[in-house]
Write a protein that binds this ligand. Structure first.
Ligand SMILES: *[C@@H]1O[C@H](CO)[C@@H](O)[C@H](O)[C@H]1NC(C)=O
Ligand SMILES: *[C@@H]1O[C@H](CO)[C@@H](O)[C@H](O)[C@H]1NC(C)=O
Ligand SMILES: *[C@@H]1O[C@H](CO)[C@@H](O)[C@H](O)[C@H]1NC(C)=O
Length: 423
């Protein structure tokens, strides 16, 4: 019956409409790609191409090495995303050669299942970015991102330009801020490439008084930026470090031996005084930590004595991005160790019984690389990156997915639906 309603009325809304009777089915697909292609202002690239097409350009036939090639399709792995109105931003960090554009967008409304990526804001300006991971939109219609400035090609790593926070006004698509991070935040040559997410702390009535929290998973620290003061600084704490005991989990069928530290920072709703709690965890860890954001805003250096260990999520709960659904207080985790999305109601004690698998899919959730709560939906970008790294990708099937799940659907009947116990 639902199907009929959908066909006649809400073609696009099927996703949010039909979810109620089927929990883990295929209806959640927003996009999927075998491999990505690009639309460069009308120039279409559906396959590897040595040169960017330009009018009147003459190319001599010659063997190019990879660093000179414009588009090496298989090297283009989407890693981060964000949604603003009809635009879905998709990033492709430069971890290999042959990436035409690191910050891109596609449009939702066209309903194309595997759209070509378009450089944001346009072809020319997109060339000012080196490598971007997980951008975020704030409540003031701005897109925030960290350009690591770092080319991460194995064996040929290179810092092209200093890492910077870049902010775009989404109403005008103009760059409104470029802040080179303070050199004191850099621990060593690996730091820049570890700046893989940004969380914006702002009230929509005080847009100029914003703070951004950036994880450094490589040299295991946290960077804070004050928009008002145009200053950035670094914080250190043991809780930002990976846990050797939580290593060697399996993701997308491969054993992961990375030592990634702090990966994601999720904010609670503000309390009566406007203060939020920042929740965070390293990728290689099964613990979750919390800190009052007023401490992040006021301190530099060591956070000794300010971080609270909330508890342990349980075995195989290693997770990347996480985010909170403010209306229900449920936190969702991109659980890479079980190809799943976990949930935990923050009103409950953090213990293995209170953290459950809300969705699992050995393909479409095989390494959720970015996760975000938008309205009453949880969006996830899956890229199966272990398969890319270990060269086991099948180019004839879908490898990259953007999925969308309704929050009520993810928590119905499980321990996340209500608070079981105060602590
Ligand atoms: C893409 O390139 C590969 C290798 O050069 C070729 O085998 C394939 O047919 C091409 N695909 C398309 C759609 O042009
Ligand atoms: C690739 O070509 C560029 C430009 O010709 C050159 O600078 C670079 O050394 C070459 N790299 C390798 C690995 O051969
Ligand atoms: C992870 O694997 C390495 C290499 O096999 C081993 O030395 C280490 O003890 C393992 N750690 C855990 C926590 O399983």
């Amino acid at each position: 019956m639902c199907k009929e309603i959908v066909l006649s009325l809400f073609l696009v809304d099927c996703v949010s409409f039909c979810v109620t009777y089927n929990k883990y089915g295929g209806y959640n697909n927003v996009f999927s790609w075998k491999q990505v292609g690009y639309d460069f202002g009308g120039m279409i690239y559906r396959n590897s191409t040595d040169f960017e097409y330009k009018e009147d350009a003459i190319h001599f036939i010659q063997e190019l090495n990879d660093s000179e090639k414009f588009f090496i399709q298989n090297n283009n792995v989407p890693i981060g995303f964000e949604v603003y109105k009809d635009k879905v931003f998709i990033t492709v960090p430069r971890r290999r050669y042959g990436i035409p554009s690191t910050l891109n967008y596609v449009q939702l409304k066209h309903g194309v299942p595997s759209p070509l990526l378009r450089p944001y804001p346009d072809v020319e300006k997109s060339k000012t970015f080196v490598s971007i991971y997980r951008p975020r939109v704030d409540s003031c219609h701005r897109l925030w991102m960290v350009d690591t400035g770092h080319l991460e090609v194995p064996g040929e790593r290179k810092q092209i330009q200093p890492p910077a926070i870049i902010v775009y006004d989404l109403k005008t698509n103009q760059e409104i801020l470029r802040h080179e991070l303070d050199p004191s935040i850099i621990v060593n040559e690996r730091t820049s490439a570890g700046l893989t997410s940004i969380t914006v702390d702002v009230h929509p009535k005080a847009c100029e008084d914003a703070y951004a929290y950036i994880n450094d998973l490589a040299t295991e620290g946290l960077v804070v930026f004050s928009l008002k003061d145009k200053k950035s600084w670094r914080l250190n704490h043991q809780s930002f470090r990976h846990d050797e005991e939580a290593m060697n989990f399996t993701a997308a069928g491969h054993v992961i031996t990375w030592r990634d530290g702090i990966f994601s920072i999720a904010l609670s709703a503000p309390d009566d005084e406007g203060r939020r709690t920042a929740f965070f965890h390293p990728l290689v860890s099964t613990q979750e930590f919390a800190i009052d954001t007023s401490v992040l805003k006021s301190k530099a250096g060591s956070l000794e004595g300010h971080v609270k260990l909330l508890g342990n999520r349980g075995p195989n709960s290693q997770s990347g991005s996480h985010d909170i659904h403010q209306a229900t207080g449920v936190m969702f985790f991109a659980n890479v160790a079980q190809d799943a999305i976990l949930c935990w109601n923050v009103k409950n004690e953090l213990s293995p019984e209170n953290v459950v698998v809300a969705a699992q899919d050995r393909k479409k959730l095989a390494y959720v690389s970015d996760l975000k709560v938008i309205g009453d939906n949880v969006w996830a970008l899956t890229n199966q990156i272990p398969k890319f790294i270990f060269n086991t990708q099948n180019l004839n099937e879908d490898n990259y997915f953007i999925q969308r799940y309704n929050v009520q659907d993810l928590i119905r009947g499980n321990v996340c639906e209500k608070s079981v116990k105060k602590y």
